[in-house]
Design a protein around this ligand. Structure first.
Ligand code: PMP
Length: 355
């Protein structure tokens, strides 16, 4: 056969997720931690990895890691699920709570993966666009939930790419207003030092997503987790790929989680640098940064696409959202090391001043 029949209809016109990764001296496009895991922890990782039986399948549920995370958060193992990055868990949530005839409430502009997963699973997306300043249209969300036909609500806090946390009082009202599964994506919560995890005790419909990719410097390993009621976790276990979290990644994550206190100083550094970069951006004529509780800053600048190319020529890779819906004219820069942030700011200043 020199032809093949068409793939599933939901794939027609679907554009695969593209992180737009390019090599650069200052990689400030993917909200990673600019610093790799420190050497003493890497040595411990090497010892743990050396002890892994490579010929055996991994523990499907990564129970040792589940126990560590559960204990640290005052939960039981049954309330935690580990995934191959937060991304896998987002897909599992769409599989388990979405599907034909089901609806997801989304708050764009936000992380594009939610809508892509909805499309793949045949879930209808109900969009409540954010307001001009990218805050959530809280009244519109609560009113829409009143109809009682929403199955999943996604609240990203801090929101990617716009930067700010959702208000805790709002999340509480959402949890009370609906029996939909309320996903609070806290991929960046360590940089906000704020979480709604405590609401789990009273709200069976809350699921909190976290990742090792940002604060814990493990984007290369693919490790994320969710915390929810054990009945919710049980449903997610039905749809997950049994061996998606490999034994080597489990070993690495166990060591990093056990050593998480030693990441605090670098999280503090990123938070401090975020303040410095924010001030510097606000001082550049024609540049408008949006407030951020995360490890990145979204900003508007005249000629944003040219600014992106100018920065890239100067060795600074940031993320171009200038032609994305509701984000026209904006770029997003991750907070890097002080040196990388300086390179970014200097290049942007030169672009604006026409040097
Ligand atoms: N949620 C949000 C809001 C994100 O920005 C990301 C990473 N870009 C993820 C989840 C998933 O992260 P990971 O798969 O690396 O754990």
């Amino acid at each position: 056969m020199d032809c093949v029949r068409a793939s599933a209809p939901q794939l027609q016109g679907l554009v695969p997720y593209d992180p737009k990764y390019l090599p650069a001296e200052a990689m400030l496009s993917a909200n990673e931690n600019p610093r790799d895991v420190e050497d003493s922890i890497r040595e411990e990782i090497a010892r743990e990895v050396a002890a892994v039986a490579l010929n055996r399948y991994p523990d499907p549920l990564a129970n040792d890691l589940r126990d560590l995370i559960a204990e640290a958060n005052g939960l039981t193992r049954e309330q935690v699920l580990i995934g191959n990055g937060g991304d896998e868990l987002l897909f599992n949530i769409a599989l388990a709570w979405g599907g034909a005839g089901r609806r997801m409430l989304n708050l764009p502009p936000t992380f594009s993966v939610y809508a892509a997963n909805a499309r793949l699973t045949g879930t209808e997306v109900v969009n409540i666009p954010r307001l001009e300043d990218f805050s959530i249209d809280e009244d519109a969300v609560l009113e829409r939930l009143g109809a009682g036909d929403i199955d999943i609500v996604v609240i990203t806090s801090p929101n990617n790419p716009t930067g700010e946390c959702a208000r805790e009082e709002f999340i509480q009202r959402v949890l009370e207003a609906t029996d939909a599964l309320v996903l609070v994506d806290e991929a960046y919560f360590e940089f906000a030092r704020r979480s709604v995890l405590s609401y789990l005790a009273e709200h069976k419909n809350l699921i909190v997503l976290r990742t090792f990719s940002k604060a814990y410097s493990l984007a290369g390993v693919r490790m994320g987790y969710v915390m929810a009621h054990s009945d919710v976790i049980r449903e997610l276990i039905k749809v997950r790929q049994p061996y998606s979290v490999d034994a080597v990644s489990q070993a690495i994550a166990r060591v990093v989680f056990a050593n998480r206190a030693s990441f605090e100083a670098r999280i503090d550094e990123i938070i401090a640098e975020r303040g410095r970069v924010m001030e510097a951006l606000a001082a550049i004529p024609g540049v408008k940064p949006y407030p951020s509780d995360a490890n990145y800053i979204l900003f508007a600048v005249e000629g944003a696409d040219q600014a992106w190319a100018y920065l890239y020529d100067r060795g600074v890779l940031i993320r171009d959202f200038s032609s994305s819906a509701m984000l026209e004219g904006t770029l997003r820069a991750s907070i890097g090391t002080p040196e990388q942030n300086d390179a970014f700011l200097a290049a942007l200043e030169d672009f604006v001043s026409g040097k």
